[in-house]
Design a protein around this ligand. Structure first.
Ligand code: GAR
Length: 195
């Protein structure tokens, strides 16, 4: 069973969907811990499932690498096979990326390389595009520049607000993440059988 640590910063609705999929057996993975950089409301989802949570806060004036190392140590203590950034809104220091990539994924609410960064949905609406999308990537040192593992287009409707569009994109993110994690789990179990 693939051991997964999920990191969040916000409401964790995608985390919730992922926990439900794991619990139902639709994805062959188990979330062993959920962490955050702030006291995120989404940590409550993990607690409901009896999953350990932790917060590694980034204090004003903190050294980015020192914080990244502390966070990496916390994550590593749960011995994950895979780390998922699910609405984690802080740029990962390379000291963290080096510890876990390529088994370090990020979901993003745009069809990368379009609209990278923290305001992808707002930026798509402001640009007046008729379609945007959702992506799952491997995290590298850049801002949403890592290898793309899965992505799908999502239409922008005339009536869309940032919230309504983001909700539809998140539904697609959830499906893409499930597909990617299923593939990784299948690959890992095939590799174990070979050895
Ligand atoms: C998701 O759309 C995720 O892709 C995005 O934050 C949202 C989290 O929603 N992440 C980024 O924008 C990272 N650049 P949630 O807290 O409801 O799961």
């Amino acid at each position: 069973m693939l051991r997964v640590v999920v990191l969040i910063s916000g409401s964790g609705s995608n985390l919730r969907a992922f926990l439900d999929l794991c619990a139902s057996g639709a994805v062959d993975a188990t979330v062993v811990a959920v962490g955050a950089d702030v006291d995120a409301s989404g940590l409550a989802h993990a607690r409901q499932f009896g999953i350990p949570t932790f917060v590694e806060p980034f204090a004003t004036g903190d050294d980015r690498d020192a914080w990244g190392s502390r966070l990496a140590d916390r994550v590593a203590s749960f011995e994950p096979d895979l780390v998922i950034l699910s609405g984690f809104m802080r740029l990962m220091p390379s000291v963290f990326v080096r510890r876990f990539a390529p088994m370090l994924l990020n979901t993003h609410p745009a069809f990368l390389p379009e609209f990278p960064g923290a305001h992808a949905v707002r930026d798509a609406i402001a640009a007046g595009v008729t379609e945007t999308g959702a992506s799952v990537i491997v995290v590298d040192d850049g801002v949403d520049t890592g290898p793309i593992l899965a992505q799908r287009r999502v239409p922008v409707l005339e009536s869309d607000t940032e919230d309504s569009l983001h909700e539809r994109i998140k539904n697609v993110e959830r499906e893409l993440l499930a597909e990617v994690v299923r593939d990784i789990a299948a690959r890992e179990s095939a590799a174990i059988e070979e050895n």
